[in-house]
Write a protein of this length. Structure first.
Length: 307
């Protein structure tokens, strides 16, 4: 595989902050996503590159290893144990000896940074036999956007991750910022090692009139003046449809009502829901007829008389 400059792939400098890297990744991921570039091999290749770059640079520990060891960053732990320092390597043409760690006595012409990992895998064997270490693949991170209505029910979605299509089930009740792990859908392992995992972060946008707090929902409901004064019934909109509830006489503005079990589904808890809290707002009548005005004036006189 050709060497990829991860900073160049994301179009950021080595001094870029985590926020800079995240912003750059999101911008490029949208631009080169396979769903927006069907049958475009160059876009597919670029999409893979920026995903790979983001996996490394968005992880502070992996980024540190990459900055020091470049494409061989996965072997950083082995290099550290062996005392290998890439900054001490001499130019291969100089003929000088490498003096770092346990490798003194080998000519620099025997190996370069590009084939150092192959040499490291072989040095533990005897003679020409080689014992190759197995390395776990990289973990991938992806962001999935849903609206609140979609998050209310269990969803099945097809995703394209690193050029591969996978179908996942999203349980109802997933929260904004929640991360779920899809095992073995990350980068491939090396030398027979296991695949990495895929971590999906959910971004939930609110396309409703409800405010969500955990599993509970909150909303305002208008109540006409006559029902508020005399009592009666009103209909409340929920994610399950409209619900008819009774209104007590002389209901005041700001009165709160709890509708048990009409909130958001509890994640991975079948048939369990939060509650819906309704706050009444009183809707005053407008465009009164002359007769209505007379009646209100009569009511006003009655109230003033009682005082």
């Amino acid at each position: 595989m050709d060497y990829i400059d991860y900073y160049k792939a994301l179009d950021v400098t080595k001094s870029a902050t985590e926020a800079d890297i995240k912003k750059a990744y999101r911008k490029l991921a949208r631009k080169y996503h396979p769903d927006l570039n069907p049958n475009d091999k160059e876009a597919e290749k670029k999409f893979k590159e920026i995903n790979e770059a983001n996996e490394v640079l968005s992880n502070p520990e992996n980024r540190k290893k990459y900055d020091k060891y470049g494409k061989d960053w996965k072997h950083a732990d082995e290099f550290e144990k062996a005392g290998y320092n890439p900054n001490q390597q001499q130019n291969r043409q100089s003929g000088s000896q490498y003096s770092g760690g346990d490798f003194s006595g080998f000519e620099s012409g025997d190996f370069s940074g590009s084939d150092f990992s192959d040499f490291f895998n072989s040095m533990y064997g005897s003679g020409r036999s080689r014992t190759q270490s197995k390395y776990r693949g990289q973990d991938f991170n992806a962001e999935l956007e849903l609206d609140l209505t979609a998050a209310y029910t269990t969803q099945k979605q097809n995703l394209t991750v690193n050029g591969k299509n996978i179908r996942i089930t999203i349980p109802a009740g997933v929260e904004n910022g929640q991360v779920i792990k899809i095992p073995n859908h990350g980068g491939p392992g090396s030398n027979g090692g296991p695949n990495g995992d895929l971590y999906i972060t959910f971004s939930i946008s609110n396309n409703s009139d409800f405010k969500r707090e955990g599993n509970n929902l909150y909303a305002d409901a208008p109540l006409d003046l006559y029902t508020a004064i005399l009592g009666g019934e009103t209909y409340i909109t929920t994610f399950d449809g409209k619900v008819k509830i009774k209104v007590a006489p002389e209901t005041q503005p700001g009165t709160k009502v709890k509708l048990k079990g009409k909130g958001f589904p509890v994640y991975k808890k079948e048939n369990q829901f939060g509650d819906l809290y309704i706050t009444y707002t009183i809707k005053l009548p407008t465009k009164l007829s002359e007769k209505e005005k007379e009646l209100f004036e009569e009511l006003a006189k009655l109230r003033n008389h009682e005082k």
